[in-house]
Design a protein around this ligand. Structure first.
Ligand SMILES: [Fe+2]
Ligand SMILES: [Fe+2]
Length: 256
């Protein structure tokens, strides 16, 4: 199965570049399935019903998220109704929505997608490691092809999770820091890994936001209203080819 995972889509420029380039990428890589992190897709903060539908219509099969998923209040309803919009699985059980799904890809079998959030320098959620243990065998009974969006700040936690999940998932893909890391690898057990896929948006910015307002916050120490950066957007994504045993056979960074 040939899979594309797109890093955090930030605001309108991020959505625009996906609209412009995804059909080309689908052909070029003969893609079967596309996952994207959409936690910043609505003006940099959260996602709306309209934008969820817009991203799905562009050809994204499943949208994952992270700490920003709750920024737009209407998501509370949308996320309960749509099984292709995920929030981190390790939120407390009463949180709306779901944190994993198993999806059928016609002619290619099933793929599992799990969304988890780290706890280092982030919200004190349930343990992502033990949450993963609680679900992985259930998913593996259906399919060995499993993509994990591990939404976290610290590379230590992300790399520890790689070793924890090694051989039990097709890919452990870091999101949240919005900066593509250069540590991509496929382990001997066949798990593809990168600490951060990076973001899909205006790279010449401060993680997708206008530099001026971020600088003002650092210099003055006062809160500022953040605005999505203007400029030329890029897609940061990874391509994974999974064999029928769920091992990654090809893994490439895409910067477009
Ligand atoms: Fe993000
Ligand atoms: Fe995040």
């Amino acid at each position: 199965m040939r899979i594309l995972f797109i890093g955090d889509i930030v605001g309108k420029p991020g959505r625009q570049v996906v609209r412009d380039k995804l059909s080309y990428l689908k052909k070029e890589y003969s893609l079967d399935f596309v996952v994207a992190n959409g936690e910043n897709s609505a003006g940099g903060f959260g996602i709306t019903d309209k934008i969820y539908r817009e991203l799905r219509e562009m050809g994204i099969d499943v949208i994952t998220s992270g700490n920003h998923i709750w920024d737009k209040k209407e998501v509370y309803q949308v996320i309960d109704q749509e099984d292709r919009l995920l929030r981190p699985l390790n939120y407390p059980p009463k949180a709306p929505g779901r944190g994993y799904g198993i999806y059928n890809v016609s002619g290619k079998g099933n793929i599992g997608v799990i969304n988890l959030e780290g706890r280092v320098f982030m919200n004190p959620l349930d343990c992502p490691f033990r949450t993963f243990d609680g679900i992985i065998e259930k998913i593996r009974k259906v399919t060995p092809i499993i993509i994990i969006d591990f939404h976290a700040e610290a590379t230590s936690e992300k790399r520890a999770f790689l070793h924890y999940a090694d051989g039990r998932a097709t890919a452990v893909l870091g999101t949240h820091t919005h900066v593509t890391t250069a540590d991509q690898q496929v382990t001997e057990k066949g798990t593809a890994y990168i600490s951060d896929v990076g973001m899909t948006g205006v790279q010449d910015s401060v993680i997708g936001v206008e530099a001026e307002t971020i600088i003002a916050r650092f210099v003055t120490g006062l809160p500022q209203r953040f605005e999505v950066a203007k400029g030329t957007p890029e897609i940061r994504a990874v391509f994974i080819e999974a064999n029928p045993e769920g091992k990654a056979e090809d893994f490439q960074i895409i910067d477009m």
